[in-house]
Ligand binder design. Sequence first.
Ligand SMILES: *Cc1c(COP(=O)(O)O)cnc(C)c1O
Length: 341
Amino acid sequence: MEKKNIDWANIGFGYIKTDKRYVSNFKGGQWDEGTLTDDDKVVISECAGVLQYAQTVFEGLKAYTTEDGKVVCFRPDLNAQRMIDSAQRLEMPAFPEERFIDAVVQIVKANLAYVPPYGSGATLYIRPYMFGSSPVIGVKPAEEYQFRVFATPVGPYFKGGAKPITIKVSDFDRAAPHGTGNIKAGLNYAMSLHAIVTAHEEGYSENMYLDAATRTKVEETGGANFLFVTKDNKLVTPKSDSILPSITRRSLVYVAKEYLGLEVEEREVFFEEVKDFAECGLCGTAAVISPVGKIVDHGNEICFPSGMDEMGPVTKKLYDTLTGIQMGRIEAPEGWIKVIE
Ligand SMILES: *Cc1c(COP(=O)(O)O)cnc(C)c1O
């Protein structure tokens, strides 16, 4: 497969149009057989459910080239299941797990020339999504839906190594108790935009959101879950019904226990105890782990002992092990790697 002439190391995290995308339509109570298309434009009613009432959910995963030259995806079954959960919460039809995985495989195969080579640090980002496409004006679920998957190559998240970031405790809330914080829906992102733009203007990379009810417990950032490491090397990760169940976080918890022999606590984490942790990181598909060096809470700074120059030692072991599994350098647990080519 001849690769596209792309400067893989410098493409950044943006949208680059690739050759093919997958489309399936839900109409009359069922999904059609689905197809690949060259057409990157979506034509829907001006009154479509997604445009009026934000009835849309999405997923994000990656394909990459392993050390031995295979093209693989990481745990796409979990993305499929999570998208079903998200869809159900917004009264949308489920797109079946096997069909989701098949669509991902088709999209990667059809855009193989855009899968970055091993060692470039770049990956092919895959975006499955679904939206209400039929007209809705009185508030109710749409009757018709479109499921689509496109792929776009993205550059290495950290150019020249992962530098710890500084984040702030947000005055905004991300998710309400019993709300939609635990599903991957565009609506959760729309309402985070003002908070992230404000944080960036103030010089912070991200927002730490606290629980909306008591503002005493750590939830997550706009798009990544928290990991903490205690001074005696335990991994601690916040548990809450209103955080998004990150596949990266669930995988890192497994890696911590089974590969690194670490003790793991998945539990409520009070903001009050954050100052006592040794390391902090954010985890998600995009970066795997972004180390956090400093958290600012209305002028009070929490500076982690791991500092502002590099990842803490436990965070680094977690990062190296999981990326090693993804890139085929370390043996993966059964079922984690979906070989595409
Ligand atoms: C997608 C997402 C994450 C990260 O999940 P991964 O499955 O690890 O990519 C974390 N938080 C939110 C709010 C998200 O939408």
